[in-house]
Structures are given as C-alpha cells and as structure tokens.
Design a protein around this ligand. Sequence first.
Ligand code: FCB
Length: 488
Amino acid sequence: MTGLSRRTLFQLARAQAAAVAATGLAPVAPAAAAGVESTGEFPPDFLWGAATSSYQIEGAPKADGKGPSIWDTFAHTPGKIVDGSTGDVACDHYHRWREDIELMKRLGLQAYRFSISWPRIFPDGTGRPNQRGLDFYSRLVDGLLAAGIQPYATLFHWDLPQALQDRFGGWEGRETAHAFADYAGHVAAALSDRVKHFFTINEFFTFVELGHQIGIHAPGLQLPPARVNQVRHHALLAHGLAVQAIRARGRRGTLVGPAENIMTCVPVVETPEHVAASQAAMRDVNGGYTTAMLEGRYPARWLEQQGANAPRVLEGDMRTIGAPLDFFGANVYAPFFYVRAIHGDSGYEVIPLPETYPKFPQSSWLRMGPEGLYWAVRHLSSIWNVRHIHVTENGCGTKDTPNAAGELLDVDRIAYTRHYLQQLQRATAEGMPVRSYFHWSLMDNFEWADGLSTQRFGLVHVDFDTQRRTPKLSAEQYGAVIRHRRVV
Ligand code: FCB
C-alpha cells in the first residue's frame, strides 16, 4: 500500500468516527433485525455461485452457425480494446466447457450463472432459430446438473446480434425489444425443463450508457440524450416483454428477473434521517432502470431532469416494464454515492465518491466500498419490498501474474471478498431476503474494452496462450467460505 492510500484510509476512518460522534446516536438496526442473533453464518439454504458471460469466455465466434454480435464487430475495430485483443478465443469455453465444469466442482460451487449468446440462437437476430446453437447450452446445462450445480441463465449480456444493429439500429429500434422477447421465449421453451432461473438483461446501465452515450463499449455510439433515453426505454421494454414471453412459454415454476448494477446510495451516518434520505436518493438516481422496473413508472424527479429528452413512451409500455418479478439480481461492485439528509425540496444531498476514496489500484473504476453490498440489499428490500434478491456479480480485477512457483497468491482478492461478504452476512443476519452470491468471475476472461490482459477478475487464472487454468489462492478461500457457510 502506498503512503498516499494509507493516509486516505485513515482520513476516511477519522471522518466517519467524527460523524457518528457528532450525532450522539447509536447505529439503528432495521426492523427485520429485531431479535435475530448473528452466529456469523449464512443461512443453510444460501446459494454460492460464480458468474461468467458468453462473449467474455466462449470464443468460437462462428461455430455451429453462430452469427456475428456487435461485440465481434467492436472488438475487431482497431483502437477499441486497450490491448488489441478480441473475444475470438477468450477462454475457449465453447470447446472446454467440460473441463470448466470440473473446475466448478472442485471449487464446490452450488450454482453457475452464465449467459446465452443471442446470435448463436438467432444468427440473424430474428427468423429461423439455430438448433445447433441451442444444443451447446443444452449440453452445458446437462453437464452442470450432473455435477450438482444449479444453472442460472442470463439472456442478454451485451452480445446483440449484429444483424439487429444493422437492420433496426439495435436498441434504438423498438423492433429489437420484440426480437428479444421472441428469443427469450424460445430459449425458455427449450431449457426451462432444466433451468429454473432466467435473468433477462445484464446491467442496463452499463451497455446503454457506455455503449450509446460514451461510446467505449459496443456498438460504440455517442448519441444525444434523447436518443440514449430511447435506447434505455427499449431495453426496459425488452425486459418486460421477455418476462411475459418466459412466463408464456416456460414451464410452470420458471422464475425471472433482471441482473442490474443498481447505483447504491449509502447513508453517511446510519441514523433514521440519513437512511430515509438515502432511500429517497436511491429511487431518484435509479429512476432510469431499477425504479422504472420495480414501480412501473419513471419517477417524477427523474423525468423532470430529462425534460424534453424524456423517452417516448407508448400506451401500455410502463405496465409491461413494471410486470411483477420473481426476484431481483443485483451486480454490486462498490457504492455509487453517499447521501445525507438536508432541509430542502428533495430532503437529501448526494455526495459523489471523492478522488481520495479507496480505489482498487489496477482499476480505473473499481472502488473499495464493501458496505455498498449491504446497502444494495437493504434498499431493495426496504424500499421496494423485493422478497428474493440474488447478488449476481461481485468481485475485483487485478493483474495476477504467477510467481516463480507458478502460484497465484491473490491476497488482494481475498481481502476484497472477505470484506464484502462480511457485509452480506450482516444483511442475512438482519433477516434480509438475499438468497445467493455469485462471484465475478469463475475465471479470467475478456474484460470488454480492457481486453484480456489488464483486468483479471477470475478465481481461476487463465493463461490465454496455453488455455491452462490454475486456481488462485482466492479459489481456496471461496471454496472454504462455501464449505463453512461463513466468512473465512
Ligand atoms: C460488470 C459486467 C461483467 C464484468 C464485470 C467486471 O459490469 O457485467 O461482464 O465485466 O463488470
């Protein structure tokens, strides 16, 4: 740790202590906590998993009739990926999935969250489905079940069929939302005899904003605000239509929800007034996605902010978007904001993370704020009364180079996981309805614009030249967490 970051941590700790002291109040536990005594353990039915996504691990971009995705196009555009790599091979999981299930088994995973590549199933985005593409996932699911691992399938983790980008302008076209629902229904009809949990869309916020506003993710657009809002609205509509399609075509008992990186607002001090302020802020800052899905409307303050750029909403859209969900999946890496109560219109002030807030050294965006995980869960259950929460992603990216003995002693990842899981354990001990935790990621993979080599998020190291997989020290820790059902 450098002198600078050490100083930052101390300053932060001092500021927090001073804030608590100034109020003279003890931290308040939520109602759910009354009478619950923590043993330090997670509930017996808590499910432990790891996550990946299709473009990041599969490779085989043309195998068995797959069509191109916008990520195939984007990664092959010079200058878009930091190290010039692509997902053409990535972890070659398409050919090595059996070996990868063995890895999961050795880790002791109880569940595995993977994504289905839409252009493997519909190479042209719509029209005739490609059975060979579906067969791959069917074999994978059988393999997982035979290994005693529950499959959790995501339908869209950003690899949109290029054909839809070309034909309809991708998510700018309402047609894409309908195409997504057809695809979702088709997959549910084929796999829901074995897959019980489907996630519609992974991280609206990331692919909409990074892909269509800032342009550093596929399809690499920099659209004006009104068009970004339309993309956002169509993605939400796609989610809602997919929920309907999955319910219509999946087996009875099939469960569906999104996997969204909610923007977590942490109260500056854990007292009722600041907690209430953070709840109000949560609804507003997540107005473009989470609030819209969970309340079936864009909140007034969010719409006000958009002004003339607000999305065009057709009759019935918000009802579709707000369809009741079976669960909510939350990807949580760090808090987005701290919030305090103030007197004024909104009753809160949002405090962005300062430059000095602890940062994960090798990442441009990852912050070290474990309490964000606790508050994500608590807000989902207290604001929107979500009864089933899955933590669908949490993890950290490092460079992870093997030592002379070929070992990967990633104690930074161990510390990260330990801190975040302590916060999650607190949430379960207080009776919050969080059911699972999926570490991101099972193995090092293609980290989008950061490419293959700069941000390794895996519990298992992958040598991309030889495809050799080596479990890191953090895999041993995570395996022990699963066995002992407590933070170790
Ligand atoms: C999330 C993405 C996932 C991975 C992690 C590090 O935003 O869903 O694919 O890139 O970040």
